[in-house]
Design a protein around this ligand. Sequence first.
Ligand SMILES: [Zn+2]
Ligand SMILES: [Zn+2]
Length: 97
Amino acid sequence: MSYYFIYVKKKKLINKKVKKRIDGKCIFCGEDDYNLLDAHRIIPGGKYTDFNTITTCSLCHRKTHSGRIVILGKHFSSSGRHVIHCTIDGEEKWIST
Ligand SMILES: [Zn+2]
Ligand SMILES: [Zn+2]
């Protein structure tokens, strides 16, 4: 995989509906009702790229905005997946997406 390919992949804007269908569930609580799923941007006001967007249910989405869920960072695991580093109600968690 070339650097260029990674760069393009990271910057490419996503279709929120497609992302929600692919992810299929809230990364925090596992809610899988499509109608309850939202696309949340990790960097507020940032672009809807795959790296900047996570799928959450409306309830957890509200928690990310009220501060009960705090996203500290997003990392690549050795298997190439994304790992979210966050706190939920003050408890530190690492979540594979
Ligand atoms: Zn949820
Ligand atoms: Zn949001």
